[in-house]
Design a protein around this ligand. Sequence first.
Ligand code: HPA
Length: 266
Amino acid sequence: MEQAAALLSSQMGDVPKTAIVLGTGLSGLTDSLSVERSWEFTHLPGFPRLTVASHPGRLIKADMDGSPVLVLDGRAHIYEGYDAKEVTVPMRVLGSLGVEQVILTNACGSMNPASISGDIVLLEDHINLMGVNPLEGPNHNDWGPRFPDMSDPYDGALRHMARTVASEEGIALREGVYVAVVGPNLETRAEYRMLSRMGADVVGMSTVPEVLVARHMGMRVLAFAVVTDECDPDNLSPISIDDVLAAAAQASGPLERLVRKIVPRM
Ligand code: HPA
């Protein structure tokens, strides 16, 4: 991580204060960026190699309508065989470089009948059901505290601003609790029923490890989940990765518009 941070800071120039992480099927957001420079994950020491075709794996420095941003185009998942620390190396490096705030995106299933495929859900809170934690092990006190607070992991002021921007733009935005599971299988009917009863609105296989690391390092977090499948335990249809990607692509237009309007106001 130190090597990656040193390499990047020697090549990057000014470090943008805002970073964006693009989840499954949401890479299209990079098409409209004016890219200043990009680095393949494979050229960055300590960065995970991505094994899922929908994730290219690049770090991009770009300009978004006049605001400098860093974009992590692709992420590693625990289901690929990495541990929680390995999947959060890119987030640690962003924190070490001095990034102050991050926007995370992901694809999710929705147990809440109010959110249907293609909806964008603003995360208000999360439940970590992964059984692992990137903060396990000796704590590096220069990174953050041993027992980081999680009373408001998704920054209240940023969420308020995101809701305002969404209503100005006429983009429907739901809010909900995200539960993180390891995957890679989608859930059984009994599992969706349990996740819903425990208080989650949406479920996915990412984001929470990155949020824990970002909050550990004091970065402010905003996160959006795109609903790619509806998880009604009493009426569940089979789902394929192609369905997930198609639904993510459908929502990526409005999500991109939302992110472009939010970044300059952060
Ligand atoms: N479950 C877990 N992760 C997911 C889902 C789901 O239904 N959809 C997209 N990511």
